[in-house]
Design a protein around this ligand. Structure first.
Ligand SMILES: [Zn+2]
Length: 423
């Protein structure tokens, strides 16, 4: 039985999986100068002179010179029970390196304008390699550059606030995120509370944030609906103790689990009798990366604030965006040889901001497993904001503050606050 295919897309390529498990044989030539055997690599072709570099002696050769050394199949994995061959067009006598080089240049020219079809075809059919769609990496500085001025008060699109808390040995990191229809989101505030979570002080300061209200421009108040606190560090006892006492306020202990699109399991009893939610973080991380890449306001778009004079506000500085984009999705293989994606963080780079965003998303999911419907309902509920907004000119309370500043709205604020708590 013979399997044969172009390699298609990395991570979804069945032939790549089959090839990886095979003897993995490549057609190699011996160097006319040093006699060492090596397979052709596109990366060793010098496009200006159309010559190949020998990886051992670094002499360069034209195609005719290179092929004159004679060739043979060399296996990377000779013990494998199935033979596998990697066949490219690079050694093909019918296609010159000049033609390949022209195709490559044209494909890259089109890729620059966002059309990757020709480049994908070249990589699949000429080089016989899998194609990886570019753009898996989100650039922190690009997100930083597109911060926007929210203006006074909560942005109109925010329906629900959630908070994610990451617990480190010497601090708590938190983010309050505003969610709108279609998972459009607004970064409201990111911060770090320094001090050991073994002591009460940092937890008291987290209480202060939980007690706060945020205000729409019309003076209506919104509080944090659900908070998810990570138990993954060394401080799980402290986290359980804190969360247990605040379950009525929807503050929950969560634990990240590997895996793609794992559903949240039912809450179980953990230490201190607190509820513990298991969160399949890989799926959430992928969602967040997808959302961060969205270019247009609306569904999934992630908004970040900047001050009216361009100053940093609410913790969204360069360090924040560096942490938010620290993790990268990479392709690896699991024990059974199948390609899987895992998340990796370069050594020494911090990623609390990303974790906080993941837990804030998890908090929304804890509120409802059908959170798109939840947000729709909330949108309808928040609809009562809009008519008031039209007439609202004055009475603009600050975005984050303890007390509403206008007296005619104070009663409604109290109602709105209590309503917000019961969401
Ligand atoms: Zn050589």
């Amino acid at each position: 039985m013979i399997l044969a295919s172009t390699p298609t897309i990395r991570g979804k390529s069945r032939i790549e999986t089959a090839y990886e498990a095979s003897t993995r044989e490549r057609w190699c030539h011996s160097c006319p100068h040093c006699g060492e055997w090596s397979a052709f690599s596109w990366r060793r072709l010098q496009l200006d002179s159309l010559t190949m570099v020998c990886p051992f002696c670094e002499n360069t050769y034209s195609k005719r010179e290179w092929l004159s050394g004679g060739g043979k199949w060399i296996a990377e994995n000779p013990e494998a029970p199935v033979r596998g061959f990697h066949v490219t067009t690079i050694d093909a006598p019918t296609l010159s390196w000049a033609e390949l080089s022209d195709e490559w240049a044209e494909a890259n020219r089109r890729a620059k304008s966002g059309d990757y079809a020709a480049l994908k075809t070249f990589i699949n059919t000429r080089l016989a390699e899998t194609w990886e769609q570019p753009g898996e990496v989100v650039e922190g500085h690009a997100l930083e550059a597109r911060r926007e001025i929210y203006g006074e008060g909560l942005p109109d699109g925010v329906c629900i606030l959630t908070m994610g808390v990451d617990v480190q040995d010497d601090r708590l990191a938190y983010e309050v995120v505003g969610w709108g229809l279609g998972f459009e989101s607004w970064g409201i505030e990111y911060g770090e509370l320094w001090g050991s979570p073994r002591q009460g002080d940092v937890w008291n300061r987290l209480d202060d944030i939980l007690a706060r209200s945020w205000f729409w421009r019309n003076g209506k108040a919104l509080r944090i609906s659900t908070t998810a606190v990570d138990t993954g560090g060394h401080m799980s006892t402290q986290v359980y103790t804190y969360c247990k006492a605040r379950e009525p306020r929807r503050v929950y202990a969560v634990k990240g689990q590997a895996g793609d699109k794992l559903p949240m399991t039912r809450p179980g009893k953990a230490g201190m009798n607190a509820r513990l939610f298991m969160v399949g973080v890989d799926g959430i991380k992928q969602d967040i990366i997808t959302w961060l890449k969205r270019g247009n306001h609306g569904e999934g778009y992630c908004h970040f604030p900047i001050g009216e004079g361009g100053e940093i506000i609410n913790g969204y500085d360069t360090a924040y965006f560096d942490m938010l984009t620290a993790e990268k999705r990479v392709l690896t293989q699991n024990k059974r040889g199948f390609n899987v994606y895992t998340w990796e963080k370069p050594a020494g780079r911090r990623n609390e901001a990303f974790d906080c965003r993941v837990y804030a998303r998890a908090a929304l999911r804890i509120m409802s497993n059908r959170d798109d419907q939840l947000l729709k309902r909330q949108h309808a509920l928040a609809g009562w904001v809009a008519p008031v907004l039209k007439g609202a000119k004055k009475s603009v309370p600050s975005m984050a503050g303890g007390k509403p500043k206008t007296k005619n709205s104070s009663n409604r604020n109290i109602q709105a606050a209590s309503r917000a708590v019961t969401l």
